[in-house]
Design a protein around this ligand. Structure first.
Ligand code: ADP
Ligand code: MG
Length: 227
């Protein structure tokens, strides 16, 4: 089977997923093109995070298909999906989830080290990425020595250091004040505009969703697309 939608970076059709009796996804669909920011909006519990988990290959749906370029993510092995996430995807969560024992620079270098880069070149790339998100001077700080906004920028730097084709961001500004949130959103927009990164932006905040090119609205596990 091949993917009919040639220009799509990521495409999902008719996803269903239940956790026991609880239906998290009940017919959710999604498309994303290069350089496009698509907001996934909807109330708490509507299936936004579960959709992101299926799209990024963290979770396999019970039914339905997820395609990345021409490759079926839903039939990949666990190992293939983890390689895909490590090499082609970047992920940013609400609480950056930096490793507390490591400096900002070491945190950002981690994905490169896991991919086999040498320590020196990984740290150099990490320093450049921290510069790009405006916190180059904090490279040697640990997460507890940074503000929430600074730590989230470091987490974004870690998500972008491998130059991913898709950035998955789940409520990336949810824990930040409005100024710090706005700066993280600007950086995400910059990744889409300058590097053609496709962005899946999960948010329950209509203001955040405004930066997106399109919205997918979730309600009770179902998606509806509006312009
Ligand atoms: N791992 C899980 N185990 C059991 N239920 C889950 C799990 N993940 C999500 N759910 C349920 O699926 C529904 C959708 O959850 P979620 O995708 O996290 O919603 P949202 O991100 O929109 O708040 C909710 O009812 C939630 O309780
Ligand atoms: Mg969620």
């Amino acid at each position: 089977m091949t993917d009919a939608s040639g220009s799509c970076l990521l495409r999902a059709a008719d996803l269903h997923l239940s956790f026991g009796p609880a239906r998290a996804l009940a017919a959710a669909s999604f498309t994303l093109r290069a350089g496009e920011i698509v907001a996934v909006v909807g109330p708490s519990g509507s299936g936004k995070s579960t959709l992101l988990h299926c799209l990024s290959g963290m979770v396999v749906p019970d039914e339905g298909e997820v395609w990345f370029h021409g490759s079926p993510v839903h039939t990949m092995s666990e190992h293939e999906r983890s390689v895909l996430r490590r090499t082609r995807f970047g992920v940013l969560f609400q609480f950056g989830q930096l490793v507390a024992e490591l400096t900002a620079e070491e945190n950002v270098a981690l994905p490169l080290l896991l991919a086999g880069s040498r320590r020196r070149s990984a740290l150099r790339a990490a320093a450049e990425q921290l510069d790009a998100v405006g916190i180059g001077d904090l490279a040697r700080r640990r997460p507890t020595e940074m503000s929430g906004g600074e730590a989230q920028r470091a987490a974004l730097a870690r998500a972008l250091v491998t130059e991913p084709e898709v950035l998955f961001a789940d409520e990336p500004t949810g824990a930040l004040d409005s100024a710090a949130g706005a700066s993280v959103l600007r950086l995400i927009e910059g990744a889409a505009t300058r590097h053609g990164t496709g962005v899946v932006l999960v948010t329950h905040d209509q203001d955040v969703a405004r930066v997106a090119h399109r919205r997918v609205a979730m309600a009770d596990g179902r998606s509806t697309v509006d312009a």
